[in-house]
Design a protein around this ligand. Structure first.
Ligand code: SF4
Ligand code: SF4
Length: 167
């Protein structure tokens, strides 16, 4: 299965040039859907998914909630950017620089990929080299720090995982 692979450490290292990543979608060429994906990826691999989540308690706008899978989700239409969650998280897993306040969604260019398997999305072409890729991958590879989220996203990063039986 084709997946969009995002290398978070490499993107962080690339710094400001991340702003220049473009999107093929006509209506948000600059504010591309990858920002929403990076936030999802960070919640997927870094967040401890606290049952009594400090971030959720600290949020004055009820903008943070657990999804059914236990993962945290920020509802950006409720979020006012106060960053209380950033301060409240004892593990430092919320990164204000990847919070987007404009709704944009990445569809992984699935339609274009279905037409042409060699299709390269604009984000991949305009991202710092090696940070965003389209890969054929069916299994996670923890030794290389590769983890999946959903059907179409693969993330390169270290991953915090709860040990079985721990609260
Ligand atoms: S930044 Fe947004 S999500 Fe975080 S505490 Fe403030 S309103 Fe809630
Ligand atoms: S963001 Fe921080 S406080 Fe919120 S659930 Fe994740 S680890 Fe816990």
């Amino acid at each position: 299965m084709k997946r969009l692979l995002i290398d978070i450490p490499a993107l962080i290292e690339a710094g400001g040039s991340v702003e220049n990543i473009e999107c093929g979608y006509f209506y948000h060429r600059k504010n591309s859907g990858h920002f929403a994906l990076i936030e999802i990826a960070e919640f997927a691999v870094y967040c401890r998914e606290c049952k009594d989540a400090f971030c959720e308690t600290a949020c004055p706008k009820e903008a943070l909630e657990h999804t059914d899978s236990g993962m945290m989700k920020r509802y950006n239409m409720r979020c006012v950017g106060c960053k209380s969650c950033v301060l409240a998280c004892p593990f430092g897993t919320i990164f204000p620089e990847s919070m987007s306040y404009i709704t944009s969604k990445c569809d992984f260019c699935l339609t274009d990929l279905a037409k042409d398997s060699r299709f390269k999305p604009l984000c991949m072409k305009t991202a710092p080299e090696g940070t965003i890729d389209i890969v054929e991958m069916s299994e996670e590879d923890p030794e290389k720090g590769i983890y999946f989220y959903g059907d179409n996203l693969a993330i390169i990063s270290h991953h915090w995982r709860r040990k079985e039986g721990k609260a």
